[in-house]
Design a protein around this ligand. Structure first.
Ligand SMILES: Cc1ncc(COP(=O)(O)O)c(C=O)c1O
Length: 440
């Protein structure tokens, strides 16, 4: 039985708050639309079950981590194998090399890889490596692009629109307290999908720039697919000026195809990072790139990288199983069929109920922008979407059995897994219709 008062959730959260900051292990887990976290008891395939008895169709999918859905039997078997081997970490086995080989076979930029536990560490190491290779210290990142929580990149990923007065310039705005003031001199920000702005920023800083880092598909602002011409020009500007191009594919990797955002765009960066769905919902990320560059990582080179838990056998085994599944025939045909059904169905419902909103998706992830009537091409377009309707929508969808996560009112991405079926999407659309009837 579903308890609409969420009594158990409130009890568990209340207990957690006594010893765990805000009662959650990650800040965004306090779902602003609900005013509390969602407390899960179980996940299976496309579904989640909450502690108050509610069953939800999951359109968060572990923020993109669970591309095969929850509790996929092949991931469970892979983890079991790692457990049987002894829950070892800090030891190499035959499987780390096998996983690296699979990644290098699938991802165009990857000639050599290293593993990390999180995407945050992966971008940190990729940037350190770019600085090692070029002997330069600055990086250029884009407005609305998120690259994790370390101090090099904790700038301008979710700025207030009022802080962005000029269309062709982005200020470097710290997104957290506690970042040393001097750090911002190492990070140049620019608006994305705007060639004039990029040319100007590169021209001004080219001699100091070690890297340009971007999300090739800007899913952190929902789903912004950049112009291919712009991305080609970015590649060229980097090559011409001795700047390394880093694609942060922590979120975009394997989302729309086995060769990631770089394959989709047909552009190969110098370095890339991969995370989230690579390991089927277990903690593993990757930084990878051209052999000559990756050979600068220790102990071959001087760019330090190590860690007790890096390349932990449990996520390594899970990742091998996950990538085998992703590579299996028909995998992306299924993802694309689901995408077409969901995104097309949502657009039809929004039109039917005369709700102004835009659905933008590529592969298994999408953005939903209320109050927007034209293509969202930049973070600024995304940030102009109506947050008040979004909050009401997220709450109603939860009450109607769909789990969309809220990112504290920021532009956000949602998505599904290969465990979702076309029938699940019919059910999502039926539940969404009830929501939109009330929302309009
Ligand atoms: C593009 C991108 N880079 C880096 C990160 C950080 O990854 P993690 O949360 O694993 O540290 C994220 C997380 O959402 C991301 O979307």
């Amino acid at each position: 039985m579903i308890d609409p008062t969420a009594k158990k959730t409130m009890q568990i959260w209340g207990f957690a708050k006594q010893h765990l900051v805000a009662g959650v292990s990650a800040s965004t887990r306090v779902n602003k639309a609900l005013g509390r976290p969602f407390i899960a008891v179980r996940g299976q395939g496309s579904r989640l079950w909450g502690v108050d008895g509610n069953e939800l169709i999951d359109l968060c999918t572990s923020h993109g981590g669970s591309i095969l859905g929850h509790k996929h039997p092949k991931i469970v078997a892979a983890i079991q194998k790692a457990l049987d081997m002894g829950i070892m970490c800090s030891y190499e086995t035959e499987y780390q090399g096998r996983l690296a080989a699979k990644i290098c076979q699938m991802v165009p930029a990857a000639e050599l890889c290293r593993f990390t536990c999180s995407g945050t560490e992966a971008t940190m190491h990729a940037i350190r490596l770019a600085r090692t290779i070029t002997g330069r210290e600055k990086i250029l990142k884009f407005e609305g692009h998120f690259h994790g929580y370390h101090d090099y990149v904790q700038f301008t990923w979710g700025p207030d629109l009022k802080a962005l007065p000029s269309p062709d310039e982005s200020p470097t705005i710290a997104e957290s307290a506690g970042i040393p003031k001097g750090m911002n001199q190492y990070c140049i920000a620019a608006p994305f999908n705007n060639l004039n702005a990029l040319e100007k920023a590169i021209d001004r800083h080219k001699d100091d720039l070690a890297a340009v880092i971007c999300e090739p598909i800007n899913y952190n602002a929902g789903c912004i697919i950049p112009d291919k011409e712009y991305m080609r020009a970015m590649r060229q500007l980097c090559s011409d000026n001795g700047i390394l191009l880093i694609y942060d594919e922590v979120l975009s990797a394997f989302r729309m195809g086995p060769d990631c955002g770089q394959g989709y765009l047909g552009i190969t960066p110098d370095l890339c990072t991969i995370g989230k769905c690579v390991a089927g919902g277990t903690p593993l990320s990757v930084f990878a790139g051209k052999k000559e560059y990756m050979e600068q990582v220790s102990p071959l080179g001087k760019s330090a990288h190590s860690g007790t838990y890096t390349g932990h056998l449990i996520p390594v085994m899970a990742a091998i199983a996950c990538l085998e599944e992703i590579s299996s025939p028909g995998f992306y045909e299924h993802i694309n069929a689901l995408a077409e059904k969901l995104y097309g169905g949502m657009e039809e419902l929004l039109a039917k109920y005369k709700i102004q909103a835009r659905v933008q998706g590529l592969g298994a992830r999408f953005g939903l922008y209320f109050g927007v009537d034209k293509e969202v091409r930049s973070y600024r377009d995304a940030a102009r979407a109506d947050k008040e309707i979004l909050m009401r929508f997220l709450k109603l969808t939860y009450e109607n059995g769909i789990y969309f996560h809220d990112y504290q009112g920021h532009p956000c991405h949602h998505g599904f897994s290969s465990a979702h079926s076309l029938e699940d999407m019919d059910e999502v659309l039926t539940r969404l219709e009830s929501v939109l009837k009330k929302l309009g």
